[in-house]
Ligand binder design. Structure first.
Ligand code: HPA
Length: 274
């Protein structure tokens, strides 16, 4: 038997702390096509995932796969450039490993971005959506299996996975920056197939406003550990259209890149106000 998850987390954390001893206040996870914010960090240390003990290695196009440590708007942050998706074949526990490491590094707040399909008919490609809540009915819970009391409770409360306080702050910041902002529920699925017409419809009826292949497992692990979470989706395609409607990964990446500056501006400001 290998060493347990807590020891793995301690080893990964010690490895990073040896190279960057300062405590980051916030962790940032950047979604597909949304990595540019990382360029605005005054980088003090970059650590490729593949040299950190026990880290999975990123594979998907649009993801670089490194941890960035440095300053953003005066605050010390740790950013994941490239995240791990369940559809890549990792276990749910591997997907959330870096989130747990960031908590061990000392963050108290986690900012997450993702590319998502719009299923609320009032949305448009390029919209930003602040996530108010999520539905995880089609994803695997990363807390399945033995609970580690060092991380959190066996049965974590999920009544407020996304900090109401930070949602209000994001809305205020968006208004000040003149950036239109939608609000809604993120439906988490495993992918890698985009949804069928029937599935987009189903997810909308079930209460989703946007659908995506990341975030939910990360948020569950973060809430388990008591982190404050704020998450935003960039709407990269409209799944619910009735007309001929194919969706490609290239289209998703392009729409994400086009909308990225709006998201980056909001994230930068929220970091400053933490
Ligand atoms: N469905 C699922 N995940 C996605 C989508 C989508 O339409 N767009 C971007 N990520």
């Amino acid at each position: 038997m290998g060493i347990d998850i807590i020891e793995q987390l301690q080893e990964a954390t010690a490895f990073i702390k040896k190279r960057y001893p300062h405590r980051p206040q916030a962790g940032i996870v950047l979604g597909s096509g949304l990595g540019n914010l990382a360029n605005e960090i005054i980088v003090e240390k970059e650590i490729p995932y593949n040299i950190i003990p026990h880290f999975p290695v990123a594979t998907v196009e649009g993801h670089q796969g490194k941890l960035i440590l440095g300053k953003l708007n005066g605050k010390i942050v740790v950013a994941m450039s490239g995240r791990f998706h369940y559809y890549e074949g990792y276990t749910a526990q591997q997907v959330v490993f870096p989130i747990r490491v960031m908590k061990f590094l000392g963050i108290d707040t986690l900012l997450i971005s993702n590319a998502a399909g719009g299923i609320n008919p009032s949305f448009q490609v390029g919209d930003l959506m602040i996530i108010r809540d999520h539905i995880s009915l089609l994803t695997v819970n990363p807390l399945l299996g033995k609970n580690h009391g060092e991380l959190g409770l066996r049965f974590p409360d999920m009544s407020e996975p996304y900090s109401k306080h930070l949602i209000t702050k994001v809305k205020t910041i968006a208004a000040e920056l003149n950036i239109p902002l939608k609000e809604g529920v993120y439906a988490g699925v495993t992918g890698p197939t985009f949804e069928t017409r029937a599935e987009y419809k189903f997810l909308h009826i079930a209460g989703g406003d946007a659908v995506g292949m990341s975030t939910v497992q990360e948020v569950i692990a973060a809430v388990h550990m008591g982190l404050r979470v704020v998450a935003m989706s960039v709407i990269t395609d409209m799944g619910i259209r009735e007309e001929e409607n194919t969706i490609t990964h290239e289209e998703v990446l392009k729409a994400a890149a086009d909308a990225e500056p709006k998201l980056a501006a909001i994230f930068k400001q929220i970091i400053a106000e933490l």
